[in-house]
Every structure is written in structure tokens, then in C-alpha cells.
Design a protein around this ligand. Structure first.
Ligand code: GLN
Length: 478
């Protein structure tokens, strides 16, 4: 079977009876078996996927109406609820927990005949940048098994990279879809905050979290967005704005001659942590865009050094509150070694949360504590507002902001430098801005490093400008 990168091609071949859904599922299942050592999947829904494929093939044979995602085999990150299926956020604290309902995103893709093939590993509670923080083992990059896939949606990125599914859902709180996409040579897209309902997405930091996609074509990202986006009464932060036909907007891309205004941050490109080869390729891309007639201008961004601290103060504060529900009583793991209520809380949490999650809960509780609230939490909220206003203002004069997605290509598994949490946090420098501001962003593959690993380039656009963002993102992939 050929390596399909685009649902349209699959649907064309299904219609021409060149392939069947059953054949597709078998093919992906065999790729899963052949890439076992990546540890991308926590669970494969083998029988179910086969069954659903059979039903779809029957529908095709009967000439029945098909959903817009028929032929799409998709994996979902282990933080997105799927009714009657296990979900753990890659944490022991939720081991053996089953979803009682499906997330809105999953409900919507199922209604359009997507086939969900499995549940992918991630960093515990989506906290991390390497997928080494999973309670169920590290995930490995399929291009080089000694490298990390990035995180936290590392399993989803590898699932797509290893062609074990056409697309995957992830979640992005500070880059968790875009950063692994960059490390795994796929497309990672995070919509505007509130565009896709968070109902049924396990919360990490609720004012940052968004469901996003990992795909092999921008068209598939657009179609998935079109299907998952839109009003949902279960999420009060969800936008009721009408959902444009993102996928149709992409159709004219190759012929359109529209010139865009692109800003880049000098500080970001001259940042000392930026790998020289990534810097070089990003500059070459900017020069190429300019030579094609787009306006390309350096804009000053004085808050670069504040992005990561602001992000980590606010997300840990929100996490400490969100994760307080895992107390050994409501969900999952309960310590066998507790004689009263307080010991149940303390022991269950001590036994079942991983080190990084504990670090963040403690940091978040600290910044929210009465003596430090104003010094850290309130101040970070104010800085977030400054970053928000400054960034939105740039979009008065520009269509996009372009940055590298990541300062380096994928690091080695167990890399000493990144055992230090602060070094790891600093690697999020380019991705957290979109979440602090709530704007959409996409990472598309840019090039390969001399060490063989891929890296991407990131485009950000103003709120709800996904159509333009995806159109231009597609142009960059042509
Ligand atoms: N690496 C970032 C963090 O650890 C991003 C995580 C995410 O987007 N879920 O918080």
C-alpha cells in the first residue's frame, strides 16, 4: 500500500475501489507492529478499528452517504476522552480509569466516520517536551530511536511520523503539538483558544489548553479543524463564532498570487540558544519569501525573555488547581497504605504522580499562596496582558509572525542538559507565545539538520485567522 499523506487521495482511491477501509486498517496495524520500539501507543483498538472499517466498506458498497472523514484512520492522545475507553494522561494516578463520555472533538470526528485506531502516549498530564515523563515508558523518535520525539504529544507525532495512522489528535498548552511536529517532520497545528471545545480534554492549564492536530498535509489539518470547531455548550470558553470552510479555502493556494506581510522578531532569530543551522534555514526562508514579493520585516519584541517565566508561573498555578481533583477518592489510584482521609490524599498523590507533575503542582501552589500571590501570580497575569496586547498590535500591520518552531532539533533521550528542568522549559521559547495570547499557530517542516533530524518553522496569525494561516502554511509546504 502506498504512503498516503492526504485524505483526499485515500477517498479517491476508495471511490475507485483501488483500496478498502479494511485494507487500510490492516496496513496501519502492521505498521504499528513494525514500529513497536517507538512505544507511541498505550493501547491499540485493533478489533474495533477492523469492525468500523468493515462497516464503512459495506456502506461504500451500498452507495450510502459517507462522513467527511471516511477513510481517515486517526490516533488520539491519552488526554482526550473517548467513551468506554481507558484514559490515563500517561499517569499512574488514572490507571485503569475509563471515560464515561466522549470529548466533543471525538464525538464530532466519529460522526464523520473517522476510524480511531488507538490511544497514544504523552508526557504525564501533558507536562513536558520530550515524552520522557510518561508513566508508561519513554517514546522514541521513529527517525532515530535514540532521540526524543518531543512532547507532550510525542506519541501522536510518532504515530503519524511512522505512518501508523493518517493523522492524530494532540493537545497544545505551550507547544505540545507544534514542537513534536517539528521534531518528527510532520505538520502540527494549534487553533485559536476557544475554537475547538475543551469538553473531554483532561485539563492541564485551562486558559491555555487547546486540542490540535498532527497531520501529513495541511489539508487534513484544515478538514479536521472544520469538523471539530464550533459552538459547544459544554465548554464556556468555547467560541460561538461561525466556522469557515477551512478546507475549501485551501483549494486555490497553488494559484493564488496574494502577497502577505510577515513579521519576524530580531531577538528571536539572534537568540543565543538558537541552533546555527536552524537560524540559517529560517533566514533563508525569510529571504525567499521576500524575493517572492511578500513584505518581510523585523519587528522588535521586547518580551522575549518574559515568555517562558510567565508561561510557567501561570500554567503551574492552573495545574495545581486542576490536578487537585486527583485525590485518591474521585478517580484512579488510591493508596492501600492510608488509614485516614489526609493520608489517603497524601499517599495516593505521592505514590502515583510522577516527579515533573509534583514539581509543577508545588510550584503552582507556591505562586498562588497568600504571601506570594501578588509577587508571582498577579504579576504574571499582568505580563500576560502586556504580551497579549503587544502581539495583537503587531497583527494590525502584519498577517503573520514567523519564528523557528524550536531552538534545536530533537535531543538525545536522557540528555543531561535537559535533565535540568529550567533548560527544558527554556526550549519552549518560541511556542508558548501563541498560548499566552490565544492565537492560532502552525509548525510545518522546514529542513533537516546535519545530524539527520528534522525541524520546522512556525507561523502565528491573529485570533480566528486560521484560514489565512493554513493557506500560507500550505504554501510553505509546496
Ligand atoms: N513543554 C510545555 C510544557 O511542558 C508544553 C506542554 C504542552 O503544550 N502541553 O508545559
Amino acid at each position: 500500500m502506498q504512503h498516503y499523506k492526504n485524505l483526499k487521495v485515500i477517498q479517491r482511491d476508495l471511490a475507485a475501489a483501488k483500496i478498502t477501509c479494511a485494507g487500510l486498517v490492516d496496513f496501519y496495524l502492521s505498521n504499528i507492529a513494525q514500529s513497536q520500539e517507538t512505544n507511541a501507543y498505550l493501547e491499540v483498538f485493533e478489533e474495533e478499528a477492523r469492525q468500523k472499517a468493515k462497516e464503512l466498506d459495506q456502506k461504500i458498497a451500498n452507495g450510502e452517504k459517507l462522513g467527511r472523514l471516511h477513510g481517515m484512520v486517526i490516533a488520539i492522545k491519552d488526554v482526550i476522552c473517548y467513551k468506554n475507553h481507558k484514559i490515563s494522561a500517561s499517569s499512574n494516578i488514572l490507571s485503569n480509569f475509563e471515560s464515561l463520555f466522549s470529548s466533543t472533538a471525538v464525538e464530532r470526528i466519529l460522526l464523520e466516520d473517522a476510524i480511531i485506531i488507538g490511544r497514544t502516549s504523552c508526557d504525564e498530564f501533558a507536562m513536558g517536551s520530550t515524552n520522557e515523563n510518561s508513566a508508561f515508558g519513554v517514546v522514541r523518535n521513529f527517525d532515530n530511536l535514540d532521540k526524543v520525539p518531543g512532547g507532550s504529544s510525542g506519541g501522536s507525532a510518532v504515530a503519524v511520523q511512522a505512518n501508523t495512522c493518517l493523522a492524530a489528535l494532540g493537545s497544545d498548552t505551550g507547544g505540545s503539538v507544534r514542537q513534536p511536529a517539528s521534531f518528527c517532520n510532520v505538520i502540527g497545528f494549534k487553533p485559536t483558544y476557544g475554537r475547538i471545545s475543551r469538553h473531554g480534554l483532561i485539563a492541564y492549564a485551562s486558559s491555555f489548553d487547546q486540542i490540535g492536530t498532527l497531520t501529513q498535509s495541511v489539508e487534513d489539518a484544515a478538514l479536521l479543524l472544520e469538523i471539530m470547531a464550533g459552538k459547544d455548550d459544554f465548554d464556556g470558553t468555547n467560541s460561538s463564532k461561525s466556522v469557515p470552510k477551512y478546507s475549501e479555502a485551501l483549494q486555490e493556494v497553488s494559484s493564488d498570487k496574494e502577497k502577505k506581510r510577515i513579521a519576524y522578531f530580531k531577538e528571536a532569530l539572534e537568540n543565543e540558544g538558537l541552533d546555527a543551522e536552524i537560524q540559517q534555514k529560517t533566514k533563508e526562508l525569510l529571504a525567499k519569501l521576500q524575493s517572492e514579493g511578500h513584505t518581510v520585516e523585523a519587528v522588535s519584541f521586547p518580551y522575549l525573555d518574559y515568555l517562558v517565566p510567565t508561561y510557567y508561573i501561570l500554567t503551574t498555578a492552573e495545574a495545581s488547581s486542576n490536578l487537585s481533583r486527583y485525590d485518591g477518592i474521585h478517580y484512579g489510584h488510591r493508596s492501600k497504605d492510608a488509614k485516614n482521609m489526609e493520608a489517603t490524599y497524601r499517599n495516593s498523590r505521592t505514590e502515583a504522580f510522577g516527579e515533573e507533575v509534583k514539581r509543577r503542582i508545588m510550584l503552582g501552589t507556591f505562586v498562588l499562596s497568600s504571601g506570594y500571590y501578588d509577587a508571582y501570580y498577579s504579576k504574571a497575569q499582568k505580563v500576560r496582558r502586556l504580551i497579549h496586547d503587544y502581539t495583537r498590535n503587531i497583527f494590525k500591520n502584519f498577517d503573520f509572525i514567523l519564528t523557528p518552531t524550536t531552538p534545536t532539533p530533537a535531543f538525545d533521550i536522557g540528555d543531561k542538559e535537559y535533565q535540568d528542568p529550567v533548560s527544558m522549559y527554556l526550549a519552549d521559547i518560541y511556542t508558548v507565545q501563541a498560548n499566552l495570547v490565544g492565537i492560532p499557530a502552525v509548525s510545518v517542516p522546514l529542513s533537516h539538520h546535519s545530524n539527520g533530524m528534522s525541524f520546522g518553522v512556525q507561523l502565528m496569525a491573529d485570533k480566528f485567522e486560521e484560514s489565512e494561516l493554513l493557506k500560507f502554511g500550505k504554501k510553505l509546504t509546496l
